[in-house]
Design a protein around this ligand. Structure first.
Ligand SMILES: [Fe+2]
Length: 261
């Protein structure tokens, strides 16, 4: 199974409302989607882990959906702190959510790999959480021995990055319990996240964890750890391509997209 992971598109039909974004955001998203299109025959799906839009307006979801419609492979999405769950669920109602109910968490068996989509949003806050109900669901699904691999999509990363400015905005609750569940599980767990607009990889409590960068801007410190001032970095955009096989290997390669041309 192969898939790509992107995040934090922050699409907006009115770019003037989004002062910190690159001004050619929609053109940049087109380049990324075109790049994925060029390799899609090798892929099983695309994961987009939240903040699909900047302000959660219906028109931006509609326009983004049109942009993504050039892809002919499944796209699995979860909302981020910038998304509006009702509008999100209306336009990206692909995961079994009923019309009018907004986004609901989901669990999908894709060719023997279990995919779990979790909404970690706390309305009105940058931080996220996993509720007791979500943690029970994850525990139940991860103990299903039919699946030797589980992939969890959630906007807020589970692991601490070491950048204090980022780590203050991660999961307010549920992190410790999630780690305990993963450690108990006999399956390989992969967690795909976004939120901090900088690519990261980590092994956390036995799970392989990935954070995708942000096409609108990427944040960072001058040095890769510590408490330094975060700033918008002029660094290349890249996304991860994952390949997992029956021999238990999980290979991740990086694809760079030049967004400035
Ligand atoms: Fe974001």
């Amino acid at each position: 199974m192969r898939f790509v992971h992107i995040s934090d598109l922050h699409y907006t039909v009115n770019i003037k409302d989004f002062s910190s974004s690159r001004s050619n955001l929609i053109a940049a998203l087109r380049l990324i989607i075109d790049d994925i299109k060029s390799i899609e025959k090798h892929l099983d799906f695309v994961a987009i882990t939240g903040d699909l839009t900047e302000i959660g307006d219906v028109e931006s979801y509609k326009q983004l959906k049109i942009l993504l419609n050039v892809l002919d492979i499944p796209i699995f999405v979860v909302p981020g702190n910038h998304d509006e769950p009702m509008a999100f669920g209306e336009i990206f109602n692909q995961n079994g959510a009923e019309q009018g109910r907004g986004f609901t968490d989901y669990c999908i068996n894709l060719n023997g790999v279990q995919l779990l989509g979790m909404n970690t949003q706390i309305i009105g806050q940058a931080q996220g959480k996993l509720s007791d109900t979500q943690l029970l669901l994850i525990e139940e699904k991860l103990s299903d021995h039919k699946f030797s691999r589980n992939i969890i999509f959630m906007h807020h990363p589970a692991f601490l990055t070491g950048f204090s400015g980022y780590d203050e905005t991660l999961l307010l609750s549920g992190r410790e319990v999630l780690g305990n569940i993963i450690e108990k599980s006999t399956s390989q767990v992969i967690i795909l996240s976004g939120h901090i607009h900088k690519p990261f990889q980590a092994v956390w409590r036995g799970a392989n964890c990935y954070i995708a960068g942000g096409p609108c801007f990427q944040l960072g410190n001058a040095v890769p750890f510590g408490n330094g001032q975060q700033e918008i970095l002029d660094e290349p955009y890249a996304y991860f391509v994952h390949s997992i096989d029956d021999n238990d290997s999980h290979v991740v390669s990086t694809r760079y997209v030049n967004l400035d041309n």
